[in-house]
Design a protein around this ligand. Structure first.
Ligand SMILES: [Fe+2]
Ligand SMILES: [Fe+2]
Length: 183
């Protein structure tokens, strides 16, 4: 046990980076939920608010592990990106979830490397939560960005373009066919 801290110092640093980002996620979702404007406010507000409990729970798990490993949990959140429109908010939280999953996959390997199997299993559960968050945002973005490209070609992300190419065009075609056949 006496050597645990020195073995774990890289993992502690990594978990503290994750903790700072979990706190940032809480602030990000809270701020976006409150500052949303426009016709989608109520739907997106409840979606964003619904993520906060998960992110806070993740922060608690990380802080407890950092202490158990002999470290000190950070009290400073990572930077939160500003976003002015609902679409910018969705893109920002989607990117944050993608980055978060990448970080946790790395952290999982770090935990396994030093024999912290319990932490690795917990990180698996957190990865599952973040994947669900990412997929929710992606599904909304897919429909939203393909809708807005019918009106304008501005502001599209390359990721949205490829996602639209893969899935949205056939879906719209089907929707038009269905609408056409019912009249
Ligand atoms: Fe999280
Ligand atoms: Fe998340």
């Amino acid at each position: 046990m006496a050597t645990r801290r020195s073995d774990a110092s890289d993992l502690i640093d990594g978990l503290n980076e994750d903790l700072a980002n979990e706190y940032a996620s809480v602030i990000q979702y809270r701020t976006y939920a409150s500052t949303l404007r426009g016709p989608h406010r109520l739907t997106l507000r409840s979606l964003f608010e619904g993520e906060i409990a998960d992110e806070l729970r993740h922060a608690g798990l990380l802080a407890d592990y950092i202490v158990a490993l002999g470290g000190a949990p950070t009290t400073t959140p990572a930077d939160v990106p500003t976003a002015d429109s609902p679409l910018e908010m969705l893109r920002a939280v989607y990117e944050a979830e993608v980055d978060t999953i990448q970080r946790y996959v790395e952290r999982r390997s770090q935990a396994e490397e030093i024999g912290e199997h319990g932490i690795a299993v917990t990180l698996d559960d957190i990865i599952e939560d973040e994947t669900r968050h990412r997929d929710e945002m992606q599904l909304i973005l897919d429909g939203w960005e393909s809708e807005s490209t019918q009106r304008s070609s501005d502001g599209r992300s390359p990721a949205a373009t490829s996602r639209e190419g893969a899935r949205q065009r056939p879906a719209r075609t089907r929707a038009r066919e269905t609408a056409g056949s019912s009249r």
